[in-house]
Design a protein around this ligand. Structure first.
Ligand SMILES: NC(=O)c1ccc[n+]([C@@H]2O[C@H](COP(=O)([O-])OP(=O)(O)OC[C@H]3O[C@@H](n4cnc5c(N)ncnc54)[C@H](OP(=O)(O)O)[C@@H]3O)[C@@H](O)[C@H]2O)c1
Length: 308
């Protein structure tokens, strides 16, 4: 029975992985930086750890002796990474160095999350053999984190993903929720039509990661939703699924926004390797958004019940 440690368990993806794993019999240990877990700590043991602190990482890994470590902890705000470079490096690279060091001592395998921002977005969609060339500091930290694992001597799986969307407890907003919240209030939005990629429902990715654990796969995988769309197209599809007014959405170019970090424009993933080797059936945008709609409806009816 594999013992699984999940870092960033209070984050968007971390929560979903815990949810999927909670339906299995694997012993779990949850780790995040907040004082408390969003899950019941008696059912799912939790440790508050700042993973940039090597000794603290060692302590929790020595204590639990995991077979598998799923690392979702990161600074994911790409503009913050561009301006707060030391922090970005400490977290996105330092955590992986610390985990690799401790994992080696107990013989654990690491499953690590990376991103399409390792590519420059000049000629996507990309497969696993394409050459990375990050434009942003965030992309550089994530590519370095991949290289840490490549040279660590630890067994690893690197999963590159992109444009995650979904709901969770106390999570940061994401692109789909931003569109949803604005259009629901009938507020107009401007969104770019020159950035393309594969939006990925976070629940779908969590399921894929659990499959990787079960099949014991190693190496590099691109895992994302099946549809390659622009952000503008995604917003239109969301309006369609939620029956919001599409006229509220205006297409603009990326250069309209003065964002500190440059984005890969023509991005996207070819996910054939994951589909064939892992027998994954990833969702397209319309199906993913329909699931999101159901989740939001359930969530709002639950909150109504809670307030009664
Ligand atoms: N979101 C996307 O669109 C996207 C796209 C491609 C790849 N990815 C990758 O997928 C992974 C998961 O992303 P996500 O969206 O789930 O991110 P997230 O919601 O920000 O979750 C990351 C979690 O890590 C925690 N964390 C940060 N620094 C830590 C530290 N020093 N010690 C312990 N925990 C720490 C965060 O806590 P705080 O929130 O308190 O900082 C947060 O709970 C990341 O590796 C990311 O690079 C994400």
């Amino acid at each position: 029975m594999k013992r699984i440690l999940i870092t960033g368990s209070n984050g968007l993806l971390g929560q979903k992985i815990v949810e999927v794993l909670s339906r299995t019999k694997y012993p779990l240990m949850l780790v995040s930086i907040e004082k408390h877990s969003i899950f019941n700590e008696e059912a799912f043991p939790y440790r508050q750890v700042d993973l940039t602190k090597r000794q603290d990482v060692r302590n929790v890994i020595d204590e639990f002796e995991p077979d598998v470590i799923v690392n979702t902890a990161a600074v994911t705000d790409v503009d913050l990474c561009e301006t707060e470079r030391e922090l970005a490096w400490q977290v996105n690279v330092g955590i992986v160095e610390n985990l690799a060091f401790a994992a080696k001592l107990v013989g654990a395998k690491i499953i690590h999350l990376s991103t399409d921002y390792v590519f420059d977005g000049k000629n996507g969609p990309y497969n696993e053999l394409d050459r990375p060339n990050p434009l942003s500091y965030y992309g550089r930290t994530k590519l370095t984190s991949e290289n840490v694992l490549l040279t660590s001597g630890v067994q690893y799986t690197i999963i590159r993903t992109m444009v995650l969307y979904g709901i969770g407890v106390n999570v940061k907003s994401n692109f789909a929720l931003w569109i949803y919240n604005n259009l629901k209030e009938k507020k107009p939005i401007r969104t770019v039509d020159d950035q393309i990629g594969n939006p990925t429902l976070v629940d779908d990715l969590a399921f894929a990661i659990v499959k990787i654990i079960e099949l014991d796969r190693t190496g590099l995988y691109h895992i994302a939703g099946t549809d390659l769309v622009s952000r503008y197209d995604f917003a239109l599809m969301l309006a369609d699924v939620f029956k919001f007014n599409k006229k509220l959405i205006t297409p603009v170019k990326s250069s309209t926004f003065k964002q500190p970090a440059p984005r890969p424009l023509k991005s996207g993933f070819i996910i054939l390797k994951a589909q064939t080797e892992l027998d994954l059936k990833m969702f397209g945008v319309k199906y993913g958004l329909t699931i999101l709609k159901n989740q939001l409806e359930m969530y709002s009816s639950q909150s109504m019940d809670d307030s009664n």
